[in-house]
Ligand binder design. Structure first.
Ligand code: F6P
Length: 548
């Protein structure tokens, strides 16, 4: 689709980039003593600092002009108003309804979804409380000690990430496990640690057809039936899905089935009954705090001015880097070990949403769309891939995430952690010139020949952009805020790029080809004629070993 206003806004940004590229970011601080206050936004006890980006007032104004040219405000209203924003699947995307704790309605096709949302929320809470208290027990009367969520993608990553992040808030009497991979090692290694009589399996799948989840669920069912008898299956399984007929076929008791709706995208579903394993782990009250964190961000996203709006700024700074500076990768580095799965969670959220090559109307994308997203907790990343971030030939913007205070770690450790986080963002921006490197070597007593040889290797170009999120403590509400901020950031970028962030057709081809390959891989005599040379060769090579 031709978007002249967007083209004009991008041209203005390109001209501005040519000017601001001559200024070093660190010098922007010298020119403006209030830069930190002016280039950071606070949402209650969460701070978003973007002052270490190469951006000034004009940059932000031009980015906001771009957002308006792309009709961000209108598209945001359509999202919250329940319009069919997922046009290829003819659905709204109303995950915000799931965390709405007010009496405000949310409309899908003119109908308020909130009564149903509240019903399922109450059912989930009652079930979770009963498992936690021991009112719900296994077939032999044992208390449940282990809960295994079987799901993949959006039916796994959210609750798995959050269960680890919020482990200090979890019941000490219940262990949460997450099995996703069709690799039998995933389920097998988990089952080895479990007593079937004390285990509850939750089969989580929006479609209830996903190969990996169905295979793992069938094996888990056999594990229970073999140990406790077929009749025990009913007491050891629950399910979360939009496809209630398929759940019934699997044989899960109707009172243990928790529904959600087509208007909840898989990767946006952790706020729904898909969070059941998390609700059991941390309890319904704390889960409600998590929802409240999401709701805080929704309110902020719809009401804050665009240039003081955290997800809008996150999205626009991402566009600034991706489209004006050409960065291919976006890094997320939590200085918070319990956020170890947060980058993996964001990979699905961001890359499955914005990894698109056509605009909403099917025409080719006229801008580069979503970047690759990756990350690992700091400080570990520092001792692995940070070398490239500091001195490689490519630049990747980084989001640093860190708590002001720990949940339960010793204060001395936490001070070290925070100092590391701040040192990295400072080093990324400040860099070290060759003259500074030479001076440091001279002070260490190096000869002029050694200085000439070594100084280039010790030079850091610097000027590498970073944002820092600092929150008081990693509690349920803070986590809810972080997740919702990224959700809306992704939406903002999809508007600039004019793509649909709520479908995922790119996962289909591999699934289809896999279905065709399963019998060929399973049975020795199957013809390889339809396969390309490499695939046929690999199947054949494997056949030499299998069954020997
Ligand atoms: O293959 C991708 C995907 O469809 C994701 O979008 C989704 O989160 C995941 O698979 C799991 O799907 P389901 O919840 O239907 O099992």
């Amino acid at each position: 689709m031709d978007r002249p206003a967007v083209r004009a806004a991008l041209a203005a940004l390109e001209a501005h980039r040519a000017t601001i590229s001559k200024t070093r970011t660190i010098d922007l601080f010298a020119a403006d003593p209030r830069r930190f206050e002016r280039f950071s936004v606070q949402l209650d006890d969460l701070l978003f600092d973007y002052s270490k980006h190469k951006a000034n007032d004009e940059t932000i104004a031009l980015l906001v002009t771009l957002a308006r040219a792309a009709k961000l405000e209108e598209r945001r209203a359509a999202l919250f108003g329940g319009a069919e924003v997922n046009s290829t699947e003819h659905r709204p995307a109303l995950h915000m309804a799931l965390r709405n704790l007010t009496d405000k309605p949310f409309l899908a096709e003119g109908k308020d979804v909130m009564p149903e949302v509240r019903d399922v929320r109450a059912k989930v809470a009652a079930f979770a409380d009963a498992v936690r208290s021991g009112a719900i027990r296994g077939a032999r009367g044992d208390k449940i000690t282990d809960v295994v969520n079987i799901g993949i993608g959006g039916s796994d990553l959210g609750p798995a990430m959050a269960a680890r992040a919020l482990s200090p808030y979890a019941s000490p009497h219940l262990r949460a496990h997450f099995v996703s991979n069709v690799d039998g090692a995933d389920l097998g290694d988990t089952l080895k640690t479990l007593d079937p009589a004390k285990t509850l399996f939750i089969v989580s799948s929006k479609t209830f057809t996903t190969q990996e989840t169905m295979a793992n669920a069938a094996s888990a069912r056999k594990f229970v039936a073999d140990a406790l008898g077929e009749a025990a299956v009913a007491d050891h399984f629950a399910a979360v899905s939009t496809k209630l007929d398929k759940v019934a076929e699997f044989g899960i008791r109707p009172d243990r089935v928790f529904g959600f709706w087509d208007w909840v995208g898989g990767r946006y579903s952790m706020w729904s009954a898909i969070g059941l394993s998390l609700v059991i782990a941390i309890g319904p009250e704390r889960f409600e705090e998590f929802l409240r964190g999401g709701q805080d961000v929704d309110e902020h996203f719809v009401s804050a001015p665009l240039d003081r709006n955290i997800p809008v700024l996150m999205g626009l700074l991402g566009v600034w880097r991706r489209n004006l500076w050409g960065d291919d990768v976006h890094l997320v580095i939590p200085y918070d070990q319990r956020l170890g799965r947060f980058p993996a969670y964001l990979q699905q959220l961001d890359m499955e949403s914005n990894g698109k090559h056509v605009c909403r109307d099917g025409s080719p994308a006229d801008m580069r769309t979503g970047p690759f997203v990756f990350g690992e907790p700091g400080t570990n990343g520092q001792h692995a891939f940070f070398q490239l971030l500091h001195q490689g030939t490519d630049v990747a913007p980084i989001d640093f995430l860190v708590a002001a205070e720990p949940n339960d770690a010793d204060a001395g450790h936490h001070a070290l952690l925070v100092a590391n986080c701040l040192a990295q963002s400072e080093a990324m921006m400040r860099g070290r010139s060759t003259a500074e490197a030479a001076e440091a070597l001279r002070k260490q007593g190096a000869s002029e020949a050694e200085i000439a040889a070594l100084a280039p290797h010790k030079t850091f170009v610097g000027d590498r952009p970073t944002s820092t999120f600092m929150y008081r403590k990693l509690d349920p509400r803070a986590l809810g805020r972080l997740v919702a901020l990224y959700e809306h950031k992704i939406f903002v970028q999809s508007v600039i790029w004019d793509i649909n962030p709520f479908d995922q057709w790119g996962v289909e081809l591999g699934k289809e080809l896999c279905n065709r390959l399963v019998p060929i891989v399973q049975k020795a005599g199957q013809s390889l004629a339809a396969l390309d040379g490499s695939t046929a060769g690999l199947v054949e090579w494997r056949r030499r070993y299998v069954g020997r």
